[in-house]
Design a protein around this ligand. Sequence first.
Ligand code: PGA
Length: 246
Amino acid sequence: MRRKLVAGNWKMHGNHRSNAELLAGIAASRPFGCDVAVCVPYPYLAETAVALAASDLRWGAQDCSAHEQGAYTGEVSAAMLAEFGCRYVIVGHSERRQFHAESDALVADKAKAALSHGLTPIVCVGETLAQREAGQTEAVVKRQLSAVIHALGHCAGEMVVAYEPVWAIGTGKVATPEQAQAVHALLRAQLKAATPHADQMQILYGGSMKPDNAVSLLSQPDIDGGLIGGASLKAADFVAICRAAG
Ligand code: PGA
């Protein structure tokens, strides 16, 4: 049995006070029977590291630079994140692909930079509604994942993959467990062709996962956890999803 991972993606939300309350609420509800992480905005990494230091909760960032260092104003390198004790970094979130024009190749380079500094990249893939309706879901997610598999080579087994249908993110329109499982199975098959570790890899579902739909999604054979946006901002909801996974 693969251990599940529930990762909160706080996006651009929070402040000192609300973060402290949220982290304390999650920490107070331990232990969980799954891996639990929060991916927070950069300025809050340090306080998150302090707040969670005595717990088994993990923390991460929501993006990193593909570059090692240099004249890249506004960018944050994987090495810097590693210094904060980050375990994870989300790369290729659809909001970055959409609003920051991140290409498959750039996402792959970011995943590689993360791994080379000991961070686990959570690589997001997913189709838009138009692509789904045009019957392109399989081709799109395979293309996105294949760029990363190619860049990581024999280390491909070390990433976490998150299937996040773009039409389900923040919309309240969740993929049915069957729709999600079908794509997860495709992704697992693609990983199997690339790495002997595919059966141990965590493939998360993301997109309007909430306490009331978590159990049915997480009981699918190839859904190994969740990448949680909106519901990760309320301790009670996030904890309920962690319990559903554990
Ligand atoms: P959501 O976001 O749970 O609010 O749909 C998920 C994500 O974007 O990672």
